[in-house]
Design a protein around this ligand. Structure first.
Ligand SMILES: [Zn+2]
Length: 457
């Protein structure tokens, strides 16, 4: 017998013993059926406290009785009795999100994605399980190749740049960001040809990287994926097979979710450059960790003493998404520099000198939260209830809700995702027009013919 079977037997013995004690209390026969037990339970709400505490496994008596077979107490405890954990129901109504997977390449067919349709089917299946409680299922509506450099790449590197000088680099961050905006405008325009579908571009992206050996800047594939409430698409990389947790995270951005962390406990670019080797150098780790701990402590102190927040809520200074039920997220750097591993599960405690006296605060990495940067760490993943509210609101509203400013300086509307769940849309002169359900059209036609207006158009 496996250890799991053994623990099942023990659990079923406990259920049986507890139900038997309950039967004795209510003067039921020793072989009472489950129906008899349930009826007696319904008639008497005073039985639960009468149970001996040794039999009280803290679960509701109703739960225990549900675990009994219908034969009741005459069926001996055995494997297979284990009560199934009640499923938390999904939000209703459930929405089916139609996904258009676009395998991108440059105009000339190079730098193409090698991801297969079957990999995408598998990807959507698993992502759907992560979104189960949110009430979303992702289904592939189309998978297609696309040769389009503007969509395959993230920004355009102009010809004629001097690529052999390391510093300054051939393009400034501002220049790449402006070009990034143009590429994304193309992507959004393309995606709008497919109303009612979530477009996922498996694209190469663009990254300029200095090749030390060859002393030259090289254009390489981007190492990140992205989306946002201002984009009509999710941009994934071309890595194969595509990462499930990454799509869960990026599609979260598409459905208006923000990161759970902010930039408080991070190193500046100069500090990162000074102490780059957190994986290999104990000296770099010590120096970086000292800065990060100070930054955390000072952030908490400012939040409480200068901004008049309660000391009990000091860790709220780490709240990156403004939601009440996502845990304080200190972001990966303090764990990288603290433990040489950003997925380390130990906590980090800092002492803060508050005006009211010293107090310690402890942070842990929220590995379970998809919208943190710990989504690649091991363990179960989830969206919080408030995050699910945000996702569903983004789907259920039919109007814009505001604007965002991109790093390239463009101000863009926060887009509604309503078109993904609306019955049906068609394009009319560049606008999405709702197509009413068929029965409504027929009723309208009947009405028109009745009042003598003919069939209409
Ligand atoms: Zn993100």
């Amino acid at each position: 017998m496996s250890s799991e079977d053994l623990s099942n037997v023990r659990a079923s013995e406990a259920v049986h013993a507890r139900a038997a004690a309950f039967a004795r209390e209510l003067n039921l026969p020793a072989d009472a059926s489950r129906a008899q037990l349930m009826a007696a339970l319904a008639a008497s709400r005073i039985v639960a406290p009468s149970l001996r505490t040794a039999l009280d496994d803290t679960r509701d008596l109703e739960d225990v009785l549900i675990a009994l077979p219908s034969g009741g107490l005459k069926v001996p405890p055995k494997v297979g009795w284990r009560a199934t954990v009640p499923q938390i129901p999904s939000r209703k109504p459930r929405y089916h999100i139609r996904v258009r997977a676009v395998f991108c390449a440059d105009d000339d067919g190079t730098n193409g994605a090698t991801i297969t349709k079957n990999q995408v089917l598998e990807l959507l299946k698993v992502v759907s399980t992560l979104y189960f409680h949110a009430g979303l299922t992702f289904a592939l509506s189309a998978a297609m190749p696309l040769t389009n450099t503007m969509i395959n790449q993230d920004f355009t590197v102009p010809t004629g740049l001097d690529m052999t000088v390391e510093d300054p680099p051939p393009m400034t961050a501002a220049e790449t960001n402006v070009s990034f905006d143009k590429h994304n405008a193309e992507r959004t325009a393309w995606a709008r040809n497919y109303p009612g579908e979530l477009v996922i571009f498996f694209r190469r992206g663009t990254k300029l990287e200095w090749n030390k050996t060859a002393s030259v800047w090289e254009v390489r594939a981007a190492s990140f994926a992205f989306s946002g409430p201002e984009h009509e698409f999710v941009a994934m990389g071309q890595g194969s097979p595509p990462e499930v947790n990454l799509l869960a995270h990026e599609s979260g951005h598409y459905f208006h979710l923000n990161h759970t962390f902010n930039t408080l406990v991070t190193l500046t670019a100069a500090e990162s450059k000074q102490y780059p080797n957190w994986e290999t150098s104990a000296a770099d780790r010590a120096a970086g960790l000292k800065i990060l701990r100070e930054r955390l402590a000072e952030g908490i102190r400012t939040y409480i003493d200068d901004q008049n927040h309660p000391a009990d809520q000091g860790l709220e200074v780490l709240n990156g998404d403004g939601l009440i039920d996502t845990p304080p997220d200190p972001a990966p750097p303090i764990f990288r520099y603290g433990f040489a591993n950003q997925c380390d599960t130990h906590s980090i405690t800092v002492d803060v000198n508050l005006a009211s006296g010293p107090r310690s605060y402890t942070v842990v990495a929220p590995h379970d939260i998809i919208m943190s940067y710990f989504f690649r760490c091991a363990g179960l993943k989830r969206y919080s209830e408030s995050q699910i509210d945000v996702v569903r609101t983004s789907l259920e509203q039919a109007t814009f809700t505001g604007t965002v400013k991109t790093t390239g300086g463009a101000v863009l509307p926060i887009l509604s995702r309503h078109h993904l769940i609306a019955p049906k849309y068609k394009m009319d002169g560049g606008n999405q027009v709702a197509v009413p359900p068929k029965f409504l059209t027929r009723a309208a036609q009947r009405l028109r013919s009745l009042i003598g207006l003919g069939r209409g158009r």
